[in-house]
Design a binder for this molecule. Structure first.
Ligand SMILES: NC(=O)c1ccc[n+]([C@@H]2O[C@H](COP(=O)([O-])OP(=O)(O)OC[C@H]3O[C@@H](n4cnc5c(N)ncnc54)[C@H](OP(=O)(O)O)[C@@H]3O)[C@@H](O)[C@H]2O)c1
Length: 274
């Protein structure tokens, strides 16, 4: 694909996506980035040989794809700053800003834009991300492919048909890394209480998480089958699983994810008022 891609905001996520694109042999001369911080831009230019500028309006002119990679709190102001430069020059808008609905972005930019809204997660920073994507009705199939190509540079991509489902994506994978970190922390502490030193318990917990995730992703079996295979009747794993179940593990997870989904809706309502 030969799209000119302009990243507004040259922070962590932009840098990760640009790095992924360059690794996938995307032409660096087709990529540009903007940021108020000249130092950050110099670093991006040096690392990836892309075009950089502090001027958002100049940067978006001639771009086929504009990636909004700024914090949600400044997105309205950024859209306002590029609105005029986009008039009569339709481009695909990709927003990775957490929690801002496509309808709000469309309103801030002037109506009728092709917008793909994405919900990536933190492992995107090491190209192991999971991103949910939603395309508004103005987005063409070719533009959807372009969006997927950019986000796939940071991990796996999955489309949802209904934008409201991005709140569920937020609850599962957006906030999800923190749940697994919490689980690792708890396993490390429990291992320490059982007599292991902290470092050993921590490493065992982390490597076990990695191994389990790889088996679930790379093998034929689903997680329930994998679990059944390692849970012998009357054994140690069965004792632990019975304890989890007796303490309402399933309900704890369901309630936590519902709380995350509800908070995502509240935040989108608040941020959309900007
Ligand atoms: N990091 C993640 O794991 C993750 C996961 C999911 C979603 N996201 C979303 O991705 C977006 C970017 O996150 P991030 O972690 O990359 O944030 P970040 O590192 O703070 O990057 C945002 C960059 O935008 C710059 N910026 C601020 N105002 C600007 C303007 N008017 N024009 C151009 N650039 C401007 C910021 O500069 P200053 O620092 O000088 O303000 C900063 O360098 C956020 O909306 C976040 O919700 C991130």
């Amino acid at each position: 694909m030969k799209n000119k891609i302009c990243f507004i905001g040259g922070g962590n996520m932009a840098s990760s996506l640009i790095g992924g694109l360059i690794n996938n042999a995307y032409a660096s001369e087709l990529i540009s980035a903007t940021d108020p911080d000249k130092g950050k831009l110099d670093q991006l230019a040096q690392q990836f040989s892309i075009n950089v500028t502090t001027d958002n309006q100049t940067a978006v002119q001639g771009a086929d794809v504009i990636v909004l990679a700024v914090k949600p709190q400044v997105l309205a102001e950024v859209c306002n700053s590029i609105k005029e430069a986009l008039q009569g020059k339709p481009a695909l808008i990709i927003s990775i800003a957490a929690g801002i609905r496509s309808t709000d972005i469309d309103r801030w930019l002037g109506n009728n834009n092709a917008i793909v809204r994405c919900m990536p997660n933190t492992p995107s920073l090491i190209q192991a991300g999971a991103t949910g994507l939603y395309a508004n009705p103005q987005t063409s199939a070719t533009q959807k492919d372009a969006a997927e190509q950019i986000l796939a540079a940071a991990g796996i991509t999955l489309w949802v048909e209904d934008e409201a489902l991005l709140d569920a994506v937020t609850a599962v994978s957006g906030s999800g890394p923190a749940y697994f970190f919490l689980f690792m922390e708890a396993m490390q502490r429990a291992g320490t209480q059982l007599g292991l030193d902290e470092k050993t318990a921590g490493l065992l917990a982390k490597q076990t998480a990695l191994g389990a995730a790889r088996m679930a992703l790379e093998g034929e079996d689903d997680p329930a089958t994998l679990r059944a295979k390692v849970t012998s009747k009357g054994g140690t794993t069965a004792a632990a699983i019975a304890s989890f179940e007796a303490n309402g593990f399933e309900q704890i997870i369901q309630q936590a994810l519902s709380a995350a989904r509800d908070r995502a809706i509240e935040l989108a309502d608040e941020l959309g008022k900007q």
